[in-house]
Structures are given as structure tokens and as C-alpha cells.
Design a protein around this ligand. Structure first.
Ligand code: AVI
Length: 325
């Protein structure tokens, strides 16, 4: 049964205009940067879906393989009648896989920032699982947001796949894990995380030969043009993604091809040739490292599944016991 999306707890989820100050602060900083969440308007979400099926982009198929292989174990860890809360839901492909392996899941609560896409994906889940109550929440999960009152922390399995946690700084990732451990006392977390690996594999994954990642990145400028009245010339910028070994992260860039001035919401932003906006960081974690961070945040490690090529990990973590337990 599908319930309509809740009111946007955070207006930034609706339009970039609400985040104008934040965006301008990023574009006028000594190192220009924008938060990766802005990549996901409807078009951005569709392009990200395309990225997920590219031959070079190994994370999605590797994680899906792990979820399929270990479905029985995941279901046994979780138990019956779970509420599944998915953060940064995007495509419902993995959620449908998870719901299909669990024992009579009670509800599915996808949280996402892209309104149209959220509604569409929630409807697909509701159609596939008519007995599951689907309660989409339109919100930015990196900020405080309200959850449906029907959700019981002890019965909740937080599903945070796709290594979306890697798009947060390491400090913010640790903070989010702590907040979740506290909020979900008695519950559990199924977390998909990309592993540090050979730079060439990472480079190919984020600079694909068909140019889909480039289109995904450049779509951010088109979005700024539309929603913040900016005048970026899309062919005056190029996509690049660089692996920063020291910080174990991919840095996605929009590189100015010439010296130019761009108007963003009435403010003129100057670019030197070669100067770039950082549009996303994608941190990679050694599984032990992640387990240590999760433990420090209050989680207990249930299990960590890794594929044979050690490319991707799926961790099952248990929150601290409920206070009155
Ligand atoms: C959503 N997120 C985990 C993706 C990643 O790999 O960091 C976003 C992405 N950016 C470029 N390709 C994919």
C-alpha cells in the first residue's frame, strides 16, 4: 500500500533556490565546490541509474551480487516483520531485492531528495509488494528529518546501500553513523561500502568511455542554469574524476576550459582556465577501517560480506540496545 510522500522537511530538497546562499558560498570559496546532493534532480537521478549499469562502474553489480548471494543470511539476521528504512533511496532495484528476501517485511520507507523519482520508485515497490506499507519521505537524509510515527526503531533495518556514505566526508560519515545508532537503538543497519583499490579501476569507473558520468556531472551546471538563473556554457566545462590516493577518494570535477565569468543568481563568478568546481567526493574504505568507525559510533558488527575480488563490502551492523530493553 502506497502512502503519498511526506511534506519536504527540508526545502533544499525541492529546489536549488532555497540553497542559494550555500551554493554561492561554495562557488566563491578559494576552492570552488558544491555538495554532491545537488547532482540529483530528476535527470541526474536517471543518469545515475545509467551509470549503475555501465561496464566500468562495478559497485552496483558487485553489491547486487552480494545481496543475492547472502540473501538468506541477511533475512535470518533481520527476522520477520521488519520496517526497512532506505537512505538516499534512488532506484528501488536493491530495495526490491532486499524486500523479496526478508520474512514478511512490514513497511518500506525510502528517503530521497528527488521528488518525482521518489514517487515513481515508491509506486514500483508498492506494486511489487502489495502487502508492504510504502511510506516515501521526501527529505535530505544528511539533515534532521521526521520519520513516519509507525516506524519502530527496534524493528527497523536501515538500508544504506551503494556506498552513498562515501559521498560524505569521513567526519560527517562518522557523525551520521553515531546519530543513526542512537536513533535506531535496538535496530540494525545494512551498509554497502566501496573498498579502496587499484587507481586504474577507480579511474575507469568514474570516467566511463560512453561519457555518462560526464553528462551526470555537467547536468549539475544545467540545473544551476535552470533553478538559479545561472548562465554556465556547458561546453566551456569538462568532466574529470581523479583518484586522490592520500585521502582514498575520487574527486569529481567540472573543469573550466577557458578564462570566463559566469553569472549565478546575479553574482559574477570568475574562472581561470583549468580552474575547477569539486562536485563530489567518493570515499573508499578498507572494511576493517569502516568496522572500526562503525564500532566507535556505537554499532556492533554482525557480519561483513565481501566479493571475491575484494571490490565492495556489505556490512550488517546492530545498533545499541533500546534504553528500556
Ligand atoms: C551515489 N554515489 C555513491 C556514487 C559514487 O560512486 O560515489 C555517485 C557517482 N558519481 C559518479 N559516479 C557515481
Amino acid at each position: 500500500m502506497l502512502h503519498s510522500a511526506r511534506a519536504v522537511a527540508d526545502s533544499a530538497a525541492a529546489s536549488l533556490a532555497a540553497d542559494r546562499q550555500h551554493i554561492l558560498a561554495g562557488l566563491t570559496a578559494p576552492q570552488k565546490h558544491l555538495a554532491p546532493k545537488y547532482l540529483y534532480d530528476e535527470r541526474g537521478s536517471q543518469l545515475f541509474d545509467e551509470i549503475c549499469s555501465l561496464p566500468e562502474y562495478y559497485p552496483t553489480r558487485t553489491e547486487v551480487g552480494l545481496l543475492r548471494t547472502y540473501a538468506t543470511a541477511i533475512a535470518a539476521f533481520t527476522g520477520p516483520r521488519a520496517d526497512v528504512l532506505e537512505l538516499g533511496a534512488g532506484s528501488s532495484l536493491k530495495a526490491r531485492l532486499l524486500l523479496g528476501c526478508l520474512d514478511r517485511p512490514a513497511s518500506y520507507v525510502p528517503v530521497d531528495i528527488s521528488a518525482a523519482y521518489l514517487a515513481q520508485q515508491a509506486a514500483e515497490v508498492a506494486a511489487t509488494f502489495p502487502r508492504v506499507t510504502v511510506l516515501p519521505v521526501l527529505a535530505d537524509f544528511t539533515r534532521p528529518f521526521a520519520l513516519p510515527e509507525t516506524l519502530t526503531a527496534e524493528r527497523t533495518l536501515v538500508f544504506f546501500p551503494g556506498s552513498t556514505i562515501g559521498n560524505l566526508s569521513r567526519v560527517r560519515a562518522a557523525e551520521l553513523l553515531s546519530q543513526l545508532a542512537e536513533r535506531m537503538r535496538g535496530g540494525a543497519l545494512l551498509l554497502g561500502v566501496d573498498i579502496c583499490k587499484d587507481a586504474a579501476v577507480l579511474h575507469a569507473a568514474y570516467n566511463d568511455s560512453r561519457g555518462v558520468t560526464a553528462a551526470f556531472n555537467l547536468n549539475l551546471l544545467a540545473r544551476l542554469n535552470r533553478e538559479l538563473d545561472a548562465d554556465f556554457e556547458l561546453d566551456a566545462f569538462e568532466h574529470d574524476a581523479v583518484y586522490d590516493q592520500e585521502h582514498a577518494r575520487i574527486e569529481m570535477r567540472l573543469v573550466s576550459q577557458r578564462e570566463q565569468a559566469v553569472n549565478v543568481g546575479g553574482i559574477s563568478i570568475l574562472f581561470r582556465k583549468g580552474e575547477y568546481i569539486i562536485s563530489e567526493h567518493s570515499h573508499k574504505y578498507a572494511p576493517d577501517d569502516l568496522a572500526r568507525i562503525a564500532r566507535a559510533a556505537g554499532w556492533h558488527l554482525g557480519h561483513c560480506w565481501i566479493d571475491d575480488d575484494a571490490r565492495f563490502s556489505v556490512q550488517y551492523l546492530r545498533a545499541p540496545a533500546a534504553r528500556n530493553a
